[in-house]
Design a protein around this ligand. Sequence first.
Ligand code: TRP
Length: 326
Amino acid sequence: MERVLSGMQPSGRLHLGNLVGALQNWVRLQEKYECYYFIADWHALTTQYTDASQIKENIEDMLVNYLAVGLDPKKSTIFIQSWVPEHAELHILLSMITPLGWLERVPTYKEKQQEIKDRDLATHGFLGYPVLQSADILIYKANYVPVGIDQLSHLEITREICRRFNFLYGDVFPEPEGLLTEFPKVTGLDGRKMSKSYNNCIYLSDAPKEVEQKIKTMMTDPKRIRRTDKGDPELSPVFQLHKIFSTKNEQEEVADSCRTAAIGCLDCKEILIKNIFKVLEPIWSARKRFLEKPEFLKDIARAGTEKAKMAAKETLTEVKNVLGLY
Ligand code: TRP
């Protein structure tokens, strides 16, 4: 069976954008592929190295979310990156053959440095971020990597490192391909892309009351001031969310009633709240179950890690052989 691998940095809580853009796709892929899903805690350290205390909490919450959305440890291997130190061993071996120029040219390298002003990212670890990601992928000989567009440059360098390795030492790694999710970007509460850095998210861990409150206070068409004003749904971030969470019929209905002022913004929001609750309710109740059993969570991570380690060790042995290490 072909292999799929993906991971996320435990750098914050997961939100609806992560759910729709990635996790729901991961869940579907479990049925067709041998899947490896992990928590990239070393990657989080490349930018949060001055204070790692938050990472631990985020790992636990991420594990809860992975399971609550339907990743199934019976179908997929779910694990924590730093518990499989073989990734680091492959990372150092790949770093030997990776030209500096390739890394300096990765767009995220300069972008993130400009974006994140409060920390010094002129570090070896941060420059090597894509090499570590390559090791994550290649150590499982993954065929497919479901990621968002923002990760394509990292995948491209993984493919380059893969080709260079195979060219120098013989065919060891299959060239991994990206699997782009076809979902549109989830709009945040303020109309921009949902992102924790914009503080405009609905989190999977938000309480029902919080979600309701967040949607009720969302912006709508700024020109629709009075209930009797006719609105333009396309100018309302609420409608953008309807496009993802409501049925086609509901979308047409709220759009028409907005244009004719047949319903008010609060009515429109009530429908959205109902539909988002439909998605979140099973996640909330699963989260509750898992949060009550922290030991069970850890056991799942341990078992997944053991499985991952076996596959990783096998590849690493092969790598050391072709390299001719003593
Ligand atoms: N860089 C990815 C992100 O920020 C996380 C990640 C690390 C990853 N290693 C990976 C994703 C390997 C896919 C495959 O989202």
